[in-house]
Design a protein around this ligand. Structure first.
Ligand SMILES: [Zn+2]
Ligand SMILES: [Zn+2]
Length: 248
């Protein structure tokens, strides 16, 4: 059994009741966090965990709505120390970016933190879980990864930000639970992000069992036709909310 908790489902548009992109997955005793957007650390505390409980952080890309609380995380790690190493993963360029920020803000030394860039098809394996990486299409200026976590025969997939592409579909293939971004809604189909309809269609065609739509722009949320979206996906469709928990 795997528990997934939404620590932030908001976007770059500030909303009073939403932190931005972050998801906690608990495959057994380890705590894996996918993205660490604004306000997500507060939600981690509300979920009953502390910062030093994070075993590994997987960043999808370096847009601020996916890594804003990284500074707090690094600062905290320095001040309070931790017994176990915090692994921080991200697409190519992540390690360099984090090292540069640490140097400028003087939040070093590197104690208890290990940074590692991941590429398409890379895998990170630990006792009881496996994370696979998929280079998805999002921004022309930076690399972006989707992640697929497998544990105990269950699959959790998280797209980060991306448009409908082959790699995204590989990442969510037959997932028990897929958290898919739907930043655009209705008629505003565009490059770099998915509409809710596109997300539902891709999930359906990829054999996803449970779909959670997230990262929906507040302006677009108003025009989102939930019935139409649900009709496109044979499984269960749910909307992400901060601190909502899923069990697979
Ligand atoms: Zn982005
Ligand atoms: Zn985003």
């Amino acid at each position: 059994m795997m528990k997934i908790t939404v620590l932030g489902c908001g976007t770059y548009m500030p909303e009073i009741d939403k932190a931005t992109s972050s998801y906690l997955a608990r495959p057994g005793p380890q705590n894996l966090v996918f993205d660490i957007g604004r306000g997500s650390i507060n939600n981690l505390l509300k979920a009953g965990l502390g910062v030093k409980d994070i075993d590994a952080l997987f960043i999808t890309h370096m847009h601020p709505d996916h890594c804003n609380d990284l500074l707090s995380l690094l600062h905290h790690t320095l001040n309070l120390g931790r017994r176990k190493t915090l692994m921080i993963y991200g697409p190519p360029g992540t390690r360099k970016a984090i090292e540069a920020v640490r140097k400028i803000l003087k939040i070093g030394p590197k104690q208890h933190i290990a940074l590692k860039d991941l590429r398409d098809r890379d895998k990170v394996e630990a006792k009881g879980w496996l994370v696979s990486c998929f280079a998805v299409k999002h921004s022309t200026k930076m690399k972006s990864l989707a992640y697929r976590l497998e544990s105990g025969g269950k699959v959790f997939a998280y797209t980060g930000d991306c448009e409908d592409c082959k790699k995204m579909r590989e990442a969510i293939k037959d997932a028990d639970l897929a958290i898919i971004e739907a930043n655009f809604a209705g008629a505003r189909a565009g490059k770099g992000h998915l509409t809710a309809e596109q997300a539902a269609k891709a999930a359906d065609e990829s054999g996803v069992k449970r779909l959670v739509l997230t990262h929906i722009d507040p302006h677009h949320r108003k025009t989102l036709d939930k019935r139409k979206v649900k009709a496109l996906f044979a499984g269960t469709t749910e909307m992400a909310e901060d601190l909502k928990e899923f069990r697979i």
